[in-house]
Design a protein. Structure first.
Length: 230
C-alpha cells in the first residue's frame, strides 16, 4: 500500500528513531533529493527492514542490494545483514552517490535502485533486452508486479507507471530543484514582491523629485529672462 511522506517518516521514526531519520535527511541533502524519495524506495523494497533477504537472488537490506553490487560498494550481503538500519545507510548513500544530479524524481530513484541501466531509455525499452530475449523474460517473470499488461516482459514505462501510482503524490525536490518547499517559495515570493514595490516607489519618488526640481529651475530661468526683457 502506498504511503505519503508523513506516514513514511512515522514508520522510520517508530522503527529506528530520530538518529536514522536525521541521517536520511542528511544523505538526501547531499544527493540533492527529497528525503521522501529515499524513504519510499526503502519502504517499497524491504518494508524498511535492514535484514530483509530475497532468496531468489540474494538481495539484502533496506534497498535490497545484490551480492555483486555489495562487493562493488566495499561490503558484502552477509555484512549488510549484520548491520543496523542506520549503519546500512552509509552503503545506501554509496549506491546512489554516482547518480547525484540525475535523480529528478522518486521515479528516477526507483529506476536507479531497480534497474539502473534503464535510466534515460524510452518508455518502450524492455528491461533485460540489452542482454538477450531470454534474460528479458526472466526479468519479467521475477518482477511480475511491474508487468502491467501481463505479456511476460517489463518495460520502463510500466515501471514508471507503477511507481507513479504508488508514490506520485510525494513531494518534489522543490523550486528549481533547490530543495525549497512550496511554502518557502510563497514566503520568498512575497518578500521579493514587497522589495520590488518599495524599490519602484523609491525611484518613482526620486524621479518625480528630480523632474519637479528641473521644472522649477526652468520656471525660474524663464522668469529671469522675462524680467530682463521687461
Amino acid at each position: 500500500m502506498a504511503k505519503n511522506y508523513p506516514e513514511l517518516q512515522n514508520i522510520a521514526l517508530s522503527k529506528f528513531g530520530s538518529t536514522f531519520l536525521d541521517k536520511v535527511n542528511a544523505i538526501s541533502a547531499r544527493l540533492k533529493i527529497h528525503p521522501a524519495w529515499l524513504l519510499a524506495v526503502m519502504y517499497n523494497e524491504s518494508g524498511m527492514n535492514p535484514q530483509a533477504y530475497n532468496s531468489q537472488g540474494g538481495a539484502t537490506g533496506l534497498i535490497q542490494i545484490m551480492p555483486g553490487t555489495a562487493s562493488g560498494l566495499g561490503t558484502s550481503t552477509q555484512a549488510l545483514m549484520s548491520m543496523s538500519a542506520t549503519q546500512q545507510l552509509d552503503y545506501v548513500e554509496r549506491y546512489f552517490a554516482p547518480y547525484k544530479g540525475k535523480l529528478k524524481s522518486v521515479v528516477d530513484m526507483y529506476i536507479i535502485n531497480f534497474y539502473p541501466y534503464a535510466l534515460g531509455k524510452s518508455d518502450s525499452y524492455v528491461l533485460g533486452s540489452e542482454q538477450s530475449n531470454a534474460y528479458a523474460q526472466t526479468v519479467g517473470r521475477v518482477n511480475r508486479g511491474f508487468d502491467l499488461n501481463q505479456n511476460g516482459y517489463v518495460t520502463l514505462g510500466e515501471v514508471k507507471r507503477y511507481t507513479i501510482q504508488k508514490y506520485g503524490t510525494l513531494p518534489s525536490y522543490g523550486f528549481l530543484g533547490l530543495g525549497i518547499s512550496s511554502e518557502k517559495v510563497m514566503v520568498i515570493s512575497g518578500v521579493v514582491l514587497l522589495i520590488a514595490i518599495l524599490v519602484v516607489y523609491y525611484f518613482r519618488k526620486e524621479i518625480f523629485g528630480f523632474y519637479h526640481k528641473q521644472a522649477q529651475s526652468l520656471e525660474n530661468v524663464a522668469k529671469n529672462i522675462k524680467e530682463k526683457v521687461v
